[in-house]
Design a protein around this ligand. Sequence first.
Ligand code: AHR
Length: 494
Amino acid sequence: MKATITVNVDQPVGTISRHIYGHFAEHLGRCIYEGIWVGEDSPIPNTRGIRNDVLEALRGLRIPVLRWPGGCFADEYHWKDGVGPREQRKRMVNTHWGGVVENNHFGTHEFLDLCELLGAEPYICGNVGSGTVQEMQEWVEYMTFDGESPMANWRRENGREKPWKLKYFGVGNENWGCGGNMRPEYYADEYRRYQTYVRNYGENRLYKIAGGANVDDYHWTETLMHEAGTYMDGLSLHNYTVPGGFEVKRPALGFDEAEWFETMQLALHMDELITRHSAIMDQYDPKKRVGLIIDEWGNWFQVEPGTNPGFLYQQNSMRDALVAGLHFHIFHRHCDRVHMANIAQTVNVLQAMILTEGEKMLLTPTYHVFEMFKVHQDAAALALYLEADEYHLGEESIPQVSGSASKRADGTIDISLCNVDPHHEAAVTLRLRGLAGVKKVTGRVLAHADMNAHNTFEQPETVEPQAFNGVTDVSEGGLSATLPPMSVVVLTLA
Ligand code: AHR
């Protein structure tokens, strides 16, 4: 099986925003509590309550932006319950996610501290579904106002003298569903009203994100752009990869080739979704000022046996690695419109980077793809033409290889490749047009002979990147490489 790829090194076609490598951490299951926040008194080593092992691992990903506090939780969250002395904070029920008690110990200060520790920009999602305009207005004032005001003074009393820098603000989440079951016509008006009071204080400039469509709800995008396009900087889109569909859902492990194939097909569907939503946005915004913000994406499987169904805790295998790689290639191709994407979710929930159990922690195959692909962050996307043989299963087929190329500011070129075929290697011929010869090629590969391969607390290194030794030929105009079955490869050309 083979693929031929031509990269026009002298033809940048856009910039791959680092924000495409964004994250999402919700008050859901063990994402925030246990996964990130253990509290200052925990025996687990921590920095002001945030666990050090997770912090260090996440720093390795250079997370550019982190979305919080939800998700569905955002439209039930009342931020004032989560500031001030922790022992006096209100306890609430997390009705969406397992009906557990939320003690509000992780609130605005803790989240913004986490972002500072990670070097990530915060992306806060405000409450439209059950919150008020005043509440949203005051939250922004609390976080970003430097002068004398009730909210800014309260922030100072709570220990933070200077305002935080906040750019990304979401006006509601999934307002077609858990965020209020609104019609797009109604939400568009609500969006216009709420965003009016989401103010820029001093030098702080907000980038306002409207709650967007579910999957292929093109009417939602059309209505929002028509009614409120000029009032927004970004419009979101949510699409999960759910083999079997939400009614059925399949296990994260123990799957067969049919499920592997279906998952890859579903992941590739993201391309059509972006193309069609973008085409609608183009009609109202031909200069592409408004970003398509894919602030929830990833695999959604059955929860691990014996775990709380409301906690969405699932394992992560080679299949997840390929799904992440395919998504990034699609996002890169659409980098003119896709300004941000946030995988769901960072720790212990859905397609996570990290799983924890007490003081133990492991890195998932998805983590490794994020780490390998971080070289693309803020790099120039290069024009790439790909012809690949098809991977067939029964009557259906998908391209065996997908790829993407980018150029860093210092001229280094990175090429990422995925081989989704579980049985066959892919012999890739890479033609590099516009490059004065390749001096040195290095590479890393994430691969395993078993599609169900995953990391466990007992064997955390089953799936890990290795040095890639599949480059078979390097010539003036390019190179040849052999990709193992089920692999993700990143080549770096100096
Ligand atoms: O990520 C889990 C949930 O999926 C989010 O809370 C919600 O926005 C979406 O339906």
